[in-house]
Design a protein around this ligand. Structure first.
Ligand code: SF4
Ligand code: SF4
Length: 65
């Protein structure tokens, strides 16, 4: 099943580094390292689980081509 490629964007003002998005990502496309949220586009399959999992709505998905 092909999902459209999305770019996951973060609102760093909202994110408190809880790790919920990291925990639900099936592809390890998000990591928290040195108190910094990081996204790896090449690993992301666009499932948006991370967007749904964030308790403070810090993540959004920008649809790509
Ligand atoms: S959309 Fe899916 S694959 Fe991409 S970062 Fe979020 S949880 Fe991971
Ligand atoms: S789930 Fe939301 S608040 Fe938690 S680390 Fe991810 S983006 Fe930040």
């Amino acid at each position: 099943m092909a999902l459209p490629q999305v770019e996951i964007l973060i609102d760093k003002e909202k994110c408190y580094l809880c790790g919920s998005c990291v925990a639900v990502c099936p592809k390890e496309a998000i990591i928290i390292e040195n108190d910094e949220w990081k996204f790896f586009q090449e690993k992301c399959i666009g499932c948006k689980f991370c967007v749904l999992a964030c308790p403070v709505g810090a993540l959004s998905a920008k649809e790509g081509e």
